[in-house]
Design a protein around this ligand. Structure first.
Ligand code: ADP
Length: 536
């Protein structure tokens, strides 16, 4: 007797939109456009528009596997284009408009984008770059009526391009903090499983009643999967083209936003706005925050306001969820400070991915989850990159699938992750590792310090010694001695920077992170003046 079997139906991202339209067709999607106007649509209408877009793309010759790029902020036309491109079997490629021209040049040519959709506000970028993008045959503006007319010429009487669940559907490039940008090609399967994982209560907790305002740009790591998760749950989506805190807070209140997501700097500006206006977070229940470490005071403020903080770690390569900052089972038995301690770490692995740390010098040595031993962080799972876009097939792929994240971390006995550095940024002094991140965090907690970055500088005896580069807050009076005295209370003596240098600004990447690569270049001729070897 034959054994039983389950159906062969594979995952396709279009199934998310089909489900949203069928089961939650009247649920709203709101866009606040750059000019302050607002439009509303529904999941059923979004599906119809995406089908029309699929037809329009086929008309201009887009074939399965072709790349269609967007250069745009968050709005519903952008969302329609994601589903429309994927529906035609294409690969939606989100470009980050904050990247430098050289990077945009490299990325579009590397991706061989065929069509490019853009916001009117980014027309100058398009005009500047057009001659350098020979593969792009069609340019369509999202918000001057062109996009609406383009898809409006179609009737939506079409079906999605079907295919294998391992087909590609989306392409995102890393911002190149550590070299040339690299493309990560998401598949229908990886995207759908990742979206399903994001719905869990112990992850983004997206349910049909959720009202989600993703502040994270749609061009950053698939908008952290929120457009997919929202569709899968039938949640309401609220888009804002601008990240002005007054607009965000207005939308929080007016639309009853329950879930939001973004990097820490966004919340800083929201706090300042609320302080100035006396407003509150409205019905906000959950804030997802990652990209860089979330400062403790920020976590405390949200928690005091009854907002659950989901501090997570991830990368473009991890779709991007690597961890989720969910509450442990004994949460209610912990003091407020203990709760904040846990939330200050970078979360734990949700079901689907596995994490481990290995020795920085000997990757064959797997490190204990003891909360103190730091090492190179590795991850594996169905939504983790195997090979970068157009990368050569690896002659000897890792049989166990572990991906080297380039981050340095500690894993605690309860499974929580604590990032301590990036592999390229750790400072090796006398054979021992110094965490640049810990020194930076300690420095940034000092009054008068606006921003701080720590790099290793060559030292004849110790190999490398830390130098702290600091930007003062306007009008602040901070001396190098004050800062060292402050750091001395927090870190081991041999970790103390050999010098503190004050600068007007630090170099940043297109995603707003300090570019240690550029900073190291700026300091390439720097010599430690004291020459006094530090005590180890
Ligand atoms: P890149 O900055 O390399 O372009 P991503 O935008 O994908 O790539 O950022 C991924 C990196 O951001 C991670 O490898 C990690 O170093 C950092 N990161 C992400 N989340 C956090 C977090 N919660 N705390 C500290 N660092 C984080």
């Amino acid at each position: 007797m034959p054994l039983g079997a389950m159906q062969d139906r594979g995952f396709r991202v279009t199934q998310i939109l089909d489900h949203a339209a069928r089961e939650h067709g009247s649920r709203e999607l709101v866009t606040r456009w750059a000019d302050g106007s607002e439009t509303r649509t529904t999941w059923a209408e979004v599906r119809h528009d995406a089908l029309r877009m699929t037809q329009a793309l086929r008309r201009v010759g887009v074939q399965p596997g072709d790349r269609v790029a967007t250069l745009a902020m968050n709005h519903v036309h952008h969302l329609i284009s994601w589903y429309g491109v994927i529906g035609a079997g294409g690969v939606i490629h989100t470009l980050n408009p904050r990247l430098f021209d050289e990077q945009l040049d490299y990325i579009v040519n590397h991706a061989e984008d065929l069509v490019l959709l853009y916001d009117a506000s980014l027309q100058p970028v398009v005009e500047r770059m057009k001659s350098r993008w020979p593969t792009v045959k069609h340019y369509i503006c999202f918000d001057n009526g062109e996009f609406a007319d383009w898809i409006g010429a179609e009737d939506g009487e079409a079906t999605w391009t079907e295919g294998d669940e391992r087909d590609p559907c989306m392409l995102c490039y890393t911002s190149g903090t550590t070299g040339n940008p690299k493309g990560v090609l998401y598949e229908h399967r990886s995207t759908t499983i990742h979206a399903l994982a994001s719905l869990q209560p112990d992850c983004f907790h997206i349910e049909v009643s959720a009202v989600i305002l993703p502040v994270v740009p749609m061009f950053h790591a698939a908008c952290w999967s929120l457009p997919w998760g929202a569709g899968a749950a039938g949640a309401k989506l609220v888009f804002s083209m601008v990240n002005d805190p007054a607009v965000l807070c207005d939308l929080f209140a007016k639309e009853g936003v329950t879930h939001t997501a973004g990097v820490p700097t966004v919340w800083l500006s929201v706090f300042e706005h609320l302080d100035a206006t006396g407003g509150d977070f409205g019905r906000l229940k959950k804030v997802m925050c990652g990209g860089t470490a979330m400062p403790r005071f920020m976590i405390e403020r949200f928690m005091r306001a009854g907002v659950d903080v989901m501090h997570l770690w991830g990368m473009t390569e991890t779709s991007p969820i690597g961890t989720a900052g969910y509450r442990p089972w004994n949460w209610d038995q912990l003091s407020f400070d203990e709760q904040v301690d846990i939330k200050s770490r970078q979360g734990r692995a949700p079901f689907g991915v596995e994490l481990r740390c290995v020795d920085l010098d000997d990757p064959a040595k797997i490190l204990p989850r003891d909360g103190t031993t730091s090492g190179a962080l590795q991850i594996r799972g169905p939504w983790i990159v195997k090979r970068y876009f157009k990368a050569e097939m690896d002659a000897a792929p890792d049989p166990e699938n572990w991906f080297n994240t380039g981050d340095v971390a500690v894993i605690h006995p309860d499974g929580t992750l604590q990032l301590t550095d990036r592999t390229k940024d750790v400072i090796k002094s006398g054979g021992e590792w110094i965490s640049s991140v810990e020194l930076e965090n300690a420095a940034m907690a000092f009054p008068g310090v606006a921003e701080a970055a720590c790099i290793g500088i060559y030292h004849p005896k110790w190999d490398e010694r830390p130098v702290l580069v600091v930007v003062k807050k306007p009008g602040a009076d901070v001396s190098g001695e004050d800062l060292i005295a402050h750091l001395a209370q927090q870190v081991a003596k041999w970790w103390l920077p050999d010098a503190v240098e004050f600068v007007d600004e630090l170099p940043h990447t297109g995603t707003g992170k300090v570019s240690k690569k550029d900073l190291r270049d700026q300091f390439s001729d720097y010599k430690l003046v004291t020459g006094v070897p530090s005590e180890q």
